[in-house]
Design a protein around this ligand. Structure first.
Ligand SMILES: [Zn+2]
Length: 205
């Protein structure tokens, strides 16, 4: 496993990784690796990404120098991941346009933020993972109208919440510590609290 920063091998992980399910349309996964690396650099200038980074610093968790890894992941079903002690991974074969990268970074930064501000956050705990996925899918814009149209999921009413729930469930299901039933129960149990928890934003951006 070699990241764009030339590092090979992953550092010791202290927690389970929170993978992000991929639902991008197949034909959009075609960004060349070098463009993806450059895309991650430019995503760091995206206003929402900058805001998240600033909030992490304020919360006492400045980003370590090797926070971001860019790679072609072998697993084809996720776009990115965050792991305690591992930082954020962007899976380049899953991105097509700059906006994909911006959303991956925002999504994973929400996990990093939660890991920073929530005491004893444990991604092996299905409810903790579910809460962070609900927030990350809600606050990253993963479920904005246009994205849902592209994926072919579209209903007039309530599509955003349905999308957040579907994607959160898909990620928690892929957590080796959570069974299908445990994942479903966890998402339902924490839904209201976590969907309405928009920190560090005043409301969902
Ligand atoms: Zn996630």
């Amino acid at each position: 496993m070699t990241g764009a920063d030339g590092r090979s091998g992953a550092p010791e992980a202290t927690g389970a990784e929170a993978d992000t399910a991929s639902e991008l349309p197949g034909d959009s996964r075609c960004m060349p690796f070098e463009d993806c690396v450059a895309g991650v650099k430019s995503a760091l200038q995206h206003p929402t990404v900058r805001f998240m980074v600033e909030r992490m610093e304020k919360a006492g968790c400045p980003l370590p120098p090797r926070m971001f890894r860019v790679m072609n992941c072998t697993k084809l079903d996720h776009t990115g991941s965050y792991g305690t002690g591992l930082g954020i991974t962007v899976c380049c074969e899953q991105v097509g346009i700059q906006d994909d990268i911006n959303q991956i970074l925002i999504h994973e930064l929400i996990h990093a933020y939660d890991d920073c501000v929530v005491k004893n956050l444990d991604f092996k705990n299905c409810a903790h993972h579910a809460c962070s996925e609900i927030r990350a899918n809600h606050l990253s814009g993963n479920c904005h109208y246009k994205r849902e149209l592209l994926r072919g999921f579209m209903k007039i009413r309530g599509h955003e919440q349905e999308c957040v729930k579907r994607r959160a469930l898909s990620s928690v299901r892929s957590n080796p510590y959570c069974s299908e039933t445990a994942a479903k129960d966890a998402v339902e149990a924490v839904w209201n609290i976590c969907y309405n928890d928009t920190r560090p934003f005043d409301r969902a951006p």
